[in-house]
Design a protein. Structure first.
Length: 82
């Protein structure tokens, strides 16, 4: 089986669209990454220090989630289990 990938350049998102994407991340399509609790805390601090747009962490009781945007405006999530 052969697969092909086509990359289509798109213009950068404006600030309003970036804000809209991160303001309410629940229920939106995204990629999630399970990380250790310590890596979650380090990433949260490093993303904030770098000025990366992110939603406030969400406490689900047994784990926390941190949603943020990559440079292209894709929604990503870190999941840190307790």
């Amino acid at each position: 089986m052969q697969q092909h990938l086509k990359v289509i350049p798109r213009p950068p998102l404006d600030a309003a669209e970036r804000s809209r994407r991160i303001s309410n991340p629940l229920g939106k399509g995204h990629h999630a990454f399970k990380v250790s609790r310590s890596d979650f805390e380090v990433a949260k601090a490093e993303l904030a220090a770098a000025g990366v747009e992110s939603a406030s962490p969400i406490d689900w009781g047994d784990h926390d989630c941190l949603y943020f945007l990559d440079p292209d405006g894709n929604l990503l999530e870190l999941v840190g289990w307790r």
